[in-house]
Design a protein around this ligand. Structure first.
Ligand code: ACO
Length: 423
């Protein structure tokens, strides 16, 4: 459809705008030339705005489809693993056995952290929120790693991507250990990516069912197109800041309850509801415009059908809880009853509100033994792969600094009044 144009009639003249075709999904009207006509577009929340081109991830929100480089999330969750998905997102193709082995070795060799970072972590109060710890520790990597990176150099970008994918589990484990008041552990060179992370957190070799559950959670969180934290990484990265700082900005954006912080909020909400017989009260609150309460883990900016990641985690949740014979089962029963009740409620049907990935992930994480305040750090651990792949993709282009404009609604020019003369 390239070559097609759209026209905008405004102030008595007609502006012709190019249309760019997507390989899948929505085409875009290229409005970048409007500034030359002294006019901006207005789209708070970026609901109708594509801010970049990307070939990494595709979401069809109406059909509940999520693809990474064309591969379905269901297939990746069932047959792949986080490092393979990282390779896929970074390079565009699934690796051969040889390529994967080399990539895996490169990542595993970079897991250690500088000794000074352990001191930074120990300096933080133990009751610091784990996302604040992660944010601080990631930004502090800038103090210990080479940050004078040539962003145009593909191999330099790949090296830093490998480092961040490798170090993020060590950073998250460090934050969790510090929060728990335990000694800070170091990576075990004999263990694989996810096994090592769990061993660092819990101080013992994890059982396979826990490793599998964590692996699936990581794969399901690997990337999700231009969400708030990814857009933050891109915006920060567009200034040419170092990647540790850009990722740290992404961690800050992820923390909010409307984004990654929702998994922590879901558990808090389920505990507050407490019993199936209280569901109606909370559903009524969620629908009351004067009540700030929302059904956490429900709704999504893009998915207006089921979130495919939630469907996978729903099944995974059963398997994990049964294998671990977990005390989390009543929570799962409550979550399922809440989901079933909400999905037949006119309010949620009309607004196309369905469970999102965060609705079931917290129940699994709780069963594994991760404290709820640290759930979002696990989201960050999965998402590091997407953040850094998007950062890498962004730097392939000759990019402009991200700099949105505004619709100014403040006062016009006025004379300054000296303080004694003010009313
Ligand atoms: N509970 C109750 N009502 C809701 C919910 C919810 N969880 N989500 C949306 N609504 C309502 C809104 O109040 C609004 O109602 P109105 O039309 O009467 O005003 C309508 O549905 C549309 O909602 P918006 O907030 O406009 O949708 P938006 O796309 O801006 O927000 C978001 C999406 C932030 C995810 C929202 O659904 C939400 O806050 N959900 C709960 C938090 C959550 O689970 N976040 C995780 C997101 S997924 C992720 O980051 C991994």
């Amino acid at each position: 459809m390239n070559g097609e144009t759209a026209s905008l009639r405004i102030r008595g003249s007609e502006i012709s705008l190019g249309v760019r075709a997507a390989t899948l999904g929505q085409d875009v009207v290229d409005v970048s030339s409007l500034v030359a006509n002294d006019i901006f577009t207005f789209d708070p929340g970026f609901v109708s705005t594509a801010a970049c081109t990307s070939a990494l991830t595709y979401i069809d929100g109406d059909a509940g489809v999520l693809l990474h480089r064309g591969y379905k999330i269901e297939d990746l969750a069932a047959q792949s693993n986080q490092l393979e998905v990282a390779y896929l997102l970074l390079t565009g193709e699934l690796p051969t056995a040889l390529e994967f082995d080399a990539f895996r070795r490169a990542v595993l060799a970079c897991r250690d952290l500088p000794a000074g970072l352990y001191d930074v972590c120990r300096a933080l109060p133990k009751d610091t929120h784990p996302m604040a710890m992660l944010n601080t520790l990631c930004a502090a990597l800038s103090a210990f790693e080479e940050i004078d990176i040539d962003m145009q150099d593909e191999s330099a970008r790949r090296e830093v991507a490998i480092k961040l994918i490798a170090k993020m589990p060590t950073l998250v484990a460090m934050a969790l250990r510090h929060q728990a008041g335990k000694n800070l552990t170091e990576p075990d060179a004999k263990l694989d990516y996810t096994d090592n992370f769990l061993a660092m957190v819990f101080g013992e070799t994890p059982v396979p069912v826990v490793v599998d559950a964590m692996e699936r959670i990581l794969v399901l969180h690997a990337d999700h197109e231009q969400n708030a934290s990814t857009s933050t990484v891109r915006l920060a990265g567009s200034t040419g800041t170092n990647p540790y700082a850009a990722i740290s900005a992404g961690i800050a954006a992820l923390w909010g309850p409307s984004h990654g912080g929702a998994n922590e909020a879901v558990l808090e909400m389920l505990e507050e509801i407490g019993d199936i017989q209280h569901i109606e009260t909370f559903l009524a609150r969620a629908q009351d415009a004067n009540d700030a309460f929302k059904l956490m883990g429900f709704g999504h900016r893009v998915y207006k059908n089921y979130d495919p990641r939630a469907a996978i985690l729903r099944t995974s949740c059963h398997e994990v809880l049964e294998s671990l014979d977990s005390a989390g089962n009543p929570l799962l029963r409550l979550a399922q009853a809440l989901e079933a009740r909400a999905l037949e409620d006119d309010y949620f049907i009309r607004r196309k509100l369905f469970p999102n990935v965060d609705f079931y992930s917290g129940i699994i994480l709780r069963a594994i033994g991760i404290p709820s305040s640290a759930f979002t750090t696990i989201f960050a651990l999965g998402r590091i792969v997407g953040w850094i792949a998007q950062w890498n993709e962004m730097h392939r282009e000759n990019l402009k600094i991200g700099r949105p404009r505004q619709l100014y609604l403040g006062p016009g020019p006025r004379s300054f009044v000296a303080m004694p003369d003010r009313a």
